[in-house]
Design a protein around this ligand. Sequence first.
Ligand SMILES: [Zn+2]
Length: 381
Amino acid sequence: MAHLIRTEDIKRLLSFQPETGLVTSFYLKVDPKYFSKDQLVTTTKSLLKEKMVQLGEDHPDYLGVKEDVKKIQRFVEQEFELRGRIRGLTIFSSSPNNFFQVFQVAQPVKNRVVVDPDPYLRPLVAILDEHKRIMLVIVDHRDARIFEIYMGEILEHEEFTTNIRGKIKEGGWYGLEERRIERKIENEIIRHYKQVADAILTRFRKNHFDYLFVGIKEEDFSTFSNLLHSYLKSRLKGRVNLHPKDHINNILAEAAEVERQIEEEEDNQILENLIDAVGKADLATFGIVNVLRSIHLGACQTLVVGDDYHQPGYACRECGYLTLQPENCQLCGKSTTPVEDVVEEGMEEVLLQRGEIKYITAGSPRLEEIGHIGAFLRFPV
Ligand SMILES: [Zn+2]
């Protein structure tokens, strides 16, 4: 089955360097808003067919790649489910090495088939860099559950119960004895909290996360958060209303809400910084025309773009120049050809220039102020 790609997967793919045969890397843009399953199957077939023609039957690895193509096509036709927040599908196949792996990504990818001695990973590396990892720990006096939320997916890491040994007998004998037991129970709760805090720290060391949320009763929140390691305290974002015994659906709903809030906060922060910088005539610009210009000059450090912003235009196939008008290339003078979306072409170019891309969720209030696209620059243009 396909799951959302993680840093570990990419590291594993990077280390996959087969001695024989080639690796077919397949990227498909799958936004359910724009494409039906049938359309995706048709696109897949034509992309793969084109690649085979390009490779040619005389190629020494033709048969191996042909086998990859069959498997990829079969997966898209028969197993792939178009749903949720998935925007990209990636498949890596190397039949001579019995290697076949499928991943989903939450960002759009550009349709592409690459046949190379090793997996083609550049688009994935760029995507992963910008995504935030959130840890959610749900804890009460004896139970705890630890979840990780990443690119719209939630994963439960561990669940544990600490045995609280003390128990207050009803109508206990002496007040003194009761207080002693109460104190003992308090100590055991603290011991349990410490174990949970240690487990989170272990998680953090293994696999860094950016934010931590704690599902705990309000009256217990400060006791628990004071026991967190200082690394974790600085990542603590807040408390949510969850209990370890809650139904998984409640937990999922709350996790989705937490992720949405984080994204919204970040979106707002980025837009604010951009608008501020432009106002101070600092290293930033906005609007499609200015942004394209900055890309041509190699000045675009971070592209900030609404995640559903599209704009048809023209591209020079010689040098990559992009424009909204049907004009000759302003850089090399050659004629340009129509492209469906200059925004996507621009993104590709930014990644080639080792810049980064920040998606802003469509509908974010200040996105319109910048004309849905902006850029932080490396140097003034
Ligand atoms: Zn040109």
